[in-house]
Design a protein around this ligand. Structure first.
Ligand code: EPZ
Length: 417
């Protein structure tokens, strides 16, 4: 396993163009099964994206990368099963289910397990697909899914606006018989981007402001598409946290400030200066951060759960107490114990965490527990006195493209061990 060695107390600043969004690229790569040739620009080079490419290759597609462009080609011979090994490589491989069912009329995938964030059931995915006419049989840890004829459009009320379930339903509904209406659907920008890709290949999708999505099934989809993936809002927030934690000055470009409407005011509450432009965000960190009264993670457009850990790292250095309530995942505070090795003061009680800020952190040996938790440890190490060793960085490489290269270009002293 590789580690990062990070020497702290260096201001992070300068200009950084942000890469494409992991959580948009993954469902769009699954959707590439519904057409013959997809040219995806701004597709981030991440281990999760490579895992999705492995799944597409296993299903019979060819996948080529040229810089930040990925080209997916599929002909008639598409398979419809994903072996356990590939499913476990990436938790969100479950979104291939809807695409394979639409492409092949049947699918066999292994049941996705839990992950570092606690239990991750897919009951909403399965219940919705069953309502659309899919027969689902559990068979020795696998899900064997078949359809008699075509999937059928129907009215769905999701008990929770699940991102993954909304994506699977969209992928299942585009060629279904009739109209699918999804009430209480997820509204994340990544959902809008998947709908944008599907519309670009001829799907009929209407996103309403109240979280309702209407999909009119069509007969066929277009064989070719060229599409640009949206910028990564969580990577944007993470780099801004690195600048704020070190009193730096950063301009993030090629990003979308609107996607961070629930996040930017938190930076201001903590004493940062924030300015935005059409596709850029400027932030200047204060000499000493102020606490953030309350961070409640919510489905979009609320505060994103994926930014909770980076913000917690920031709040460990604030002059006062910050409170976090994690409403999306059951156990998404594993980074707290690691931050406490660096001198942070954090109390976790179920879904609530209380962070009492300290004047300074010190270096330590810390271990990434998950993707965003790993990013939080890097932010803390950038601010801490001394050299920290951050291990198990494979977690970080799932969601951040060339993190150490970008941080070095912004003034960080970071090396890979
Ligand atoms: C997506 O995960 C993201 N992953 C996650 O980002 C993100 O944290 C999450 O949405 C919430 O925003 C990708 O897009 C690849 P959900 P997903 O279905 O689709 C429960 C990162 O760091 N639930 O909205 O798995 C579930 O257990 C990752 O980039 C059910 O109970 O999220 C969870 O508590 C981490 N039954 C909550 O809903 C279901 O059938 C949110 O899950 C589905 C979900």
């Amino acid at each position: 396993m590789a580690n990062f060695l990070i020497e702290g107390e260096n201001r992070i600043g300068g200009e950084l163009p942000i890469h494409g969004a992991k959580n948009a690229a993954l469902p769009i790569l699954a959707a590439a099964l519904l057409t013959r040739r997809s040219v995806l620009h701004n597709c981030p080079d991440l281990s999760d994206v490579r895992a999705a490419a492995h799944i597409l290759e296993h299903l019979g597609c060819t996948v080529e990368r040229e810089g930040d462009t990925v080209i997916v080609e599929s002909d008639d011979g598409v398979y419809c099963d994903i072996p356990d090994g590939l499913m476990r490589e990436m938790r969100s491989s479950v979104v291939f289910l809807g695409a394979i069912l639409t492409r092949c009329g049947r699918a066999r995938v292994s049941f996705p397990g839990g992950c570092e964030l606690g239990p991750r059931p897919i009951d909403i995915h399965l219940a919705s697909l069953e309502r659309m006419g899919v027969n689902i049989k559990e068979d020795h840890g696998d899900l064997d899914c078949t359809i008699d004829g075509k999937m059928v459009g129907t009215e769905l009320n999701l008990p929770f606006p699940s991102v993954g379930a909304t994506e699977n339903i969209l992928l299942a509904a585009v060629l279904a018989e009739g109209t699918t209406v999804i009430h209480n659907a997820a509204r994340e920008p990544e959902i809008q981007d998947l709908a944008g890709f599907l519309t670009a290949i001829g799907a009929k999708i209407h996103l309403k402001n109240d979280g309702t999505i209407v999909v009119e099934g069509v007969e066929t989809l277009l064989p070719e598409v060229e599409y640009r993936v949206i910028p990564d809002r969580i990577a944007t927030a993470t780099y801004l946290c690195a600048a704020a934690a070190t009193g730096g000055e950063l301009l993030v470009t090629k990003t979308e400030p609107e996607y961070l409407a629930a996040v930017l005011p938190m930076f201001e509450e903590m004493g940062c200066q924030v300015k935005t432009g059409p596709d850029l965000i400027y932030l200047k960190g204060p000499r000493r951060l102020r606490p953030v009264r309350m961070v409640r993670t919510m489905p979009y457009p609320g505060f994103p759960t994926d930014a909770q850990a980076p913000f917690m790292a920031l709040s460990t250095l604030a002059q006062g107490t910050s409170v976090f309530v994690e409403n999306i995942f059951e156990s998404r505070y594993k980074h707290a114990a690691e931050l406490m090795r660096m001198g942070a003061r954090i109390k976790v009680e179920g879904r609530v965490a209380v962070v009492e800020g300290v004047p300074a952190l010190h270096s330590a040996q810390v271990r990434c527990t998950d993707l965003r938790g790993g990013a939080a440890l890097c932010i803390a190490a950038l601010a801490a006195a001394g050299v920290s060793r951050v291990s198990d960085i494979a977690h970080i490489e799932r969601g951040y493209e060339r993190l150490e290269e970008h941080l070095s270009s912004l003034g960080a002293k970071i090396t890979r061990e």
